[in-house]
Design a protein around this ligand. Structure first.
Ligand code: 5GP
Ligand code: ZN
Length: 147
């Protein structure tokens, strides 16, 4: 199990710092995000230190995502939410601030006024259907399902 002594989430895993835990087993941990962007804001992490989606092992991903609906339903049962966003940031440009893979569960209460406001601008007018086909073909070439 990789452990980075400088990583805040590894410190939570090692119980060097406390966390409000929702779920724990040998491989995964879910706990309340200290920032509580919306009430019930929860994080799910692998116990193994894997920095981001690009480096996340597939079996770790499979296990974490198998827990995701259970965590989501537990949060849904407890809070009077009206929706939920799952969010994962990778690298600083994408607003990652803790470099240990984590999935945010963000309960939503009000579309415009509950604290969660992703920046989201569409540019569909700048891409033709042909552009999309071209991009899809390029990514498809890169896709390696054998590892
Ligand atoms: P990111 O910005 O990397 O997607 O998310 C990191 C999250 O970790 C932030 O929402 C932040 O509030 C949370 N966080 C940072 N330090 C701690 C901590 O010590 N305890 C808890 N529970 N959450 C933390
Ligand atoms: Zn870590």
């Amino acid at each position: 199990m990789a452990h980075d002594p400088d990583c805040i989430f590894c410190k939570i895993v090692a119980e060097e710092i406390p966390a409000a835990k929702v779920y724990e087993d040998d491989y995964a941990l879910a706990f309340m995000d200290i920032s509580q962007v919306t009430k019930g804001h929860t994080l799910l992490i692998p116990k193994d230190h894997q920095p981001n989606i690009f480096e996340l092992q597939e079996e770790t991903a499979a296990y974490l995502f198998s827990l995701a609906p259970k965590i989501a339903r537990a949060i849904e049962s407890e809070f009077q939410l009206e929706g939920m966003n799952l969010l994962n940031n990778n690298h600083e440009t994408a607003d990652q601030s803790v470099f240990h893979f984590h999935l945010h569960f963000l309960p939503r209460y009000d579309k415009d006024a509950d604290g969660y406001k992703p920046k989201w601008q569409t540019h569909s007018d700048q891409y033709t259907a042909e552009d999309l086909q071209h991009m899809a073909a390029s990514v498809k070439k890169q896709l390696d399902l054998t590892t």
